[in-house]
Design a protein around this ligand. Sequence first.
Ligand code: NAP
Length: 489
Amino acid sequence: MSLARQEMLKIQNLINGQMLDPVDGKYLDNFEPATGQLYALTPDSNERDLQLAIDAADHAFPDWKNISSENRAQVLHRLADLIEHNQDDLARAEAIDNGKPITLAKNVDIYRAAANIRFFANACTQFSSEAHAMEEVAINYTLRDPLGVVACISPWNLPLYLFTWKIAPALATGNTVLAKPSEITPMTAYLFSQLCIEAGLPAGVLNVLHGSGQSIGAPLTTHPKIKAVSFTGGSNTGTTIKQATAIHHKKLSLELGGKNPTLVFADCDFDRTVKEVARSAFANQGQICLCGSRIYIEQSIFDRFTEALIEQVEQLNVGDPLNADTQLGALVSESHMNKVLSYIELAQAEGGKILTGGNQMHMDGRCSGGYFIKPTIIAGLANNCRTNQEEIFGPVCTVQAFNDDVQALMMANDSEYGLAASIWSQDISRCHLMAKQLNTGIVWINCWLLRDLRTPFGGIKASGSGREGGLEALRFFTEPKNVCIQFNS
Ligand code: NAP
């Protein structure tokens, strides 16, 4: 190993309450997307590390399960306090590791990480179960016990945000957890692991294992000790995990990809809609599963709205994620940038016209080696072409015109995905009718990404199965058991 590599920050696993190097001493490279520079090393953990973590989680389960929900909540609140206390450092780490703007990292990612932990700390103390009376015959009541050791596997686009969104309900309900963050963005899960120790989370309750999907993710999903898998990531990986877990009868929650429609009607609040539609397409460089990448605009305002959208998007400040006024940063990796660029080429081959953007951006100075793409809007494509059907997951959207509500609905639903949709219209009756008929798990009306953590979150079709959020998450991480008592006859 070169001297430079030896001196580089080495991320560690959290196993049994201790920060540990990988057993075999192997590491993966971790790059800063805005500069293209190698800046840290991530454990390339293997099955030996996995077994240590499984043993720790298994050992910790009975005690963690049996302490009161108030005591579990206390530890989780301390953890949320520590995230808030360290929000600037965590936001900077997220911006460096992922390429996202530091202001977004602080106001969205890190804010939500603390909110996730706090929400489920409170929720577990309010969780109750059902009773079903059979008049004069019997009463049934439902017990909800934690499952045991569970796996939480999260992606790179909202690293700490989605990592905590999974582990918080799992821990709050009394499970012990093996969590695997994406190898592409391991840094904030590492810093969070240190905060868990500082917060006094008992040893083994949460174990954070870094490594690749193949070496850690896949064996986690089939390990006999793992009772449930909560996964967020791509639809293809979701299919692999569904097949792998099926023969082991594990509980499974899948939050997968999206290709979300945005429906803009002529009676929308024009200026506000332009701004929000641009945000919904390009926030986090378009790397949010909920981003509206298929924009359908009513014919009568198509030209005016498209021009205003182009103007809005061209004003977005793309630059160094560490500058406070940057609105769009770098894409997460070179290979992901190349994938997005290849979709822009494909769109042109399919007959698409680039209205703005369409190319890599080359920055000066610190970011000259970074992975930046100009926000791109494409018109003139058929709804059934690959560009309009496949998830690009980058700063690329398409615009298409529709003539009436029926056509808008048909185009929006013509997708193998079914995660989210947004509707922009002042006619609330139309909005309700549309919302009911859209084949998605989430519909936003005159807003986008407005989140209430109590609501069910998730998609249908290739976008996943099961729901996260609120009671749905508490139910997923517990096993219902019905107890039936017959009255004396
Ligand atoms: P991904 O490649 O599917 O990876 C997700 C996680 O799974 C990573 O931690 C990955 O590890 C791990 N993994 C890979 N192969 C695995 C396997 N065979 N078994 C178990 N784990 C495995 O997805 P991504 O590229 O990180 O994330 C982008 C995708 O996530 C997009 O499709 C996006 O729409 C989706 N997403 C969905 C939601 C939602 O709520 N529906 C939210 C955010 C993102 P490594 O990265 O270390 O290989």
